[in-house]
Each structure stands twice: as C-alpha cells, then as structure tokens.
Design a protein around this ligand. Structure first.
Ligand code: SF4
Length: 371
C-alpha cells in the first residue's frame, strides 16, 4: 500500500487576501465557490477517525497541514476544537501544522498552537516593497506590516523558536535574491522555503520567456552563491534538499528527488482530492468517483484511481527518464509538467532552470567554492 505522508486540510475555502499569483482563486478554477466557507466539526471528527485507521494500517505517521484559503478564518474557538479533536484521535508523532498568511495569528491562536503542538509556517514574500506588490487584501490594502507583527508575536512566545517552523516565499524575479535573503535573515526565522511561480507548458510561469530560458535558474543560482558563502545561514529547504540529493542523500519534501510522496487534500465539505496545485493543470486535481472523509481512506489509497494519481506524480517523459539529473530534479511538480496536448507527459516547465541550478551546485561541491 502507498503511504500517505501529508494531508492538507482546508479549514476555510475563502481567503482574507487576494494574492495575484494564487493557484486557488486566480487560475480559472471556481470550484471553491461551491464549497462551504468553513469546515464543520463533524467533518473534522470523521477525518480524525479515518486517519487514525489509515495510520494504523500503513504503520507510518503522517502530517496534517491546515490550509485554505486562509485556515485561521475558522476562528480561534473552532481552531482549538479542531486541534483537540485531531490530537485525541491522532496522538504524536502525527504532526499538525498550519500554513497561514499571518493576519489572524493572534496571541490566542499562538497559545492554541503551543498547547496542541501545531507548527506555524507563515507566507511572506520578502520586504514590504516586494510582498505588498503581490499580497494585498480585497480592498487593495498592504499586508506586510501585519505579517511582520505576527512573526514577532510567534517568536516572542516562550515556545516561539519551535512553533515557527519557517517562512514561505514565492519568488519575484524582479528583485535581487541577495536582498531577499538579507531581508529574511532579519526576520528571526531559522528557515525559509522558496516557491517558483506556478505555470505549465501552455501558460508559462510569470517572468519565464520560453521553455528554454533560465530566469528562475539564474535567480536561484544567485541565491545559492549568496547562501553558500554565508557563515551563519538560515536554512533554505529547497537548496538544502537539492544539495543533499547531489551528495547521495534524500530530500525532505516533495518537489525534487525521486522519492515518492503521498498527498491528499480535504476540502471544507469533506471531499478528498489530489494535490490541489493540479488545479492549475487543467483541473486534474479530482479523483475518479467522489471520495470523502466518510469513506474509508484505506479503500481510497488502495484504489486504482489512487494508483493512477500516484503514477502521474512520477516523471514519465522520455526526456526525464533518460536525464542524468533525474534523481536530483525528480522531473518537477506534476502541475509544472502539464500541457493540454500531452497531459503530464512532459519535462518540468522549469527543466532548463533546474539544469542550470544543478550544474552550479555541482561546481560548488567539486570546487569547494565556485569561481
Ligand atoms: S525536468 Fe529536465 S532536469 Fe528535470 S529530470 Fe526532466 S529532463 Fe531532467
């Protein structure tokens, strides 16, 4: 049986920000409009019981990530109920995490996270001049100041260092990565993760001029060069994962490498879908048949529909299968491989970028330090 590592649970189907690159609300899939605004307690309790059976059956723990929309729109009282319900059904080492834009991260919510051992990851795109270009609310108001205040509140909590699991930054190619890195070092975070802008072979990611161009690779190379000469760096998960893979180790998260990951998404109505980044890939995020938290998830994970989903995540293009960098790159996220003509049977739209970055990493590792 394929193991599930991560279950993204949408506590809210709406968001209090209107980010210009959002794959949920800005990529032409309006299914969220049909979802209840908030998940119900019954749905969470059914999910908890179901996941307890799954964990027992697969013999491995998993992580639950509260997602949205903005998950904290659920409100502090219901958030505490949800954490308590899931902790009752799924004791440690099942991980609980929340991915939030930070705007509703009050002291009360931070205390709830501390009580129930919920790791907090906050979305922040860099200094205000970058973040507030993209992450505005529906009335066009900036959010950077509030997010920075939220980070400070988490870090001032007695358990702050362990509660803040990291910051998540979507790359803006117009900004010097050295400035972005220098900014993140001032935030007090121990780690930051960088995400490429979403796109595929039919709709190129913003800033990428052609399939063969390397704007993202060039940006990441400049970030890498800065990172590797920093004597007291903050961790950059994506670069660490790729460097470890080149050295023969393993990645810790999906996106690179050839380890297989099992990811499910639970919508606010309790329906279960594939990784929702596939919304930007022709709406390929739905399973055949309608699965929900009221079905046995073990049945879903052992179904032919799930096997197809799992197979789709493996690289299938002949270019990738014969690529010397396959074990490091992994062929890219499925959403980044998609085209209307070939489905997921393409190299990543970031293929040239990844090759550029991997080549630079190899140079660093072979020389100790690149020229
Ligand atoms: S996407 Fe490109 S770099 Fe990555 S495995 Fe496929 S061919 Fe290799």
């Amino acid at each position: 049986m394929i193991s599930i590592d991560t279950v993204l649970v949408k506590l809210a189907s709406r968001c209090n920000l209107d980010c210009d690159y959002c794959y949920v609300y800005r990529m032409g899939d309006d299914a969220w409009k049909l979802q209840p605004k908030l998940i119900s307690r019954d749905t969470v309790q059914a999910l908890g019981r179901n996941l307890a059976r799954l964990v027992s059956s697969q013999g491995r723990p998993l992580s639950i990530v509260f997602h949205g929309g903005e998950p904290l729109l659920i409100g502090a009282r219901r958030f505490e109920e949800i954490c308590a319900d899931l902790r009752r059904e799924l004791p440690s080492p099942v991980g609980l995490h929340v991915q939030t834009n930070g705007l509703l991260l009050t002291d009360a919510v931070i205390d709830i996270c501390a009580r129930h051992d919920v790791g907090i990851s906050i979305s922040l795109d860099g200094p205000a001049s970058i973040h507030d270009r993209h992450r505005l609310d529906r009335r066009g108001r900036a959010s950077h100041h509030a997010v920075m205040a939220a980070i400070a509140r988490v870090l001032s909590h007695p358990k702050g260092d362990s509660l803040l699991t990291g910051l998540l930054c979507v790359i803006d190619l117009n900004v010097d990565p050295r400035d972005v890195y220098a900014f993140f070092k001032t935030t007090g975070t121990a780690s930051v993760d960088f995400l490429y802008r979403d796109g595929n072979h039919d709709v190129l990611p913003v800033g990428k001029s052609s399939i063969l161009s390397t704007e993202y690779g060039d940006w990441m190379v400049r970030l890498l060069d800065t990172y590797l000469v920093d004597a007291s760096p903050i961790r950059i998960r994506l670069l660490d994962d790729m460097l470890r893979l080149i050295l023969g180790g393993r990645a810790v998260k999906e996106g690179v490498g050839d380890d297989e990951y099992g990811i499910l998404v639970v919508e606010t109505d309790g329906s279960i879908t594939k990784n929702d980044t596939l919304k930007s890939a022709g709406g390929t995020d739905r399973f055949d048949g309608a699965w929900s938290v009221h079905d046995d998830i073990v049945d879903l994970v052992t179904s032919s529909s799930f096997e197809t989903y799992h197979r789709e995540q493996r690289p299938s293009s002949p270019t990738c299968l014969s690529c010397p960098d396959l074990t490091i790159c992994g062929g890219g996220m499925p959403a980044h491989r998609w085209s209307a003509a070939n489905g997921l049977d393409n190299p990543s739209v970031f293929c040239a970028d990844q090759k550029r970055l991997i080549e630079r990493m190899r140079t660093h590792l072979s020389l100790g330090r690149a020229a």
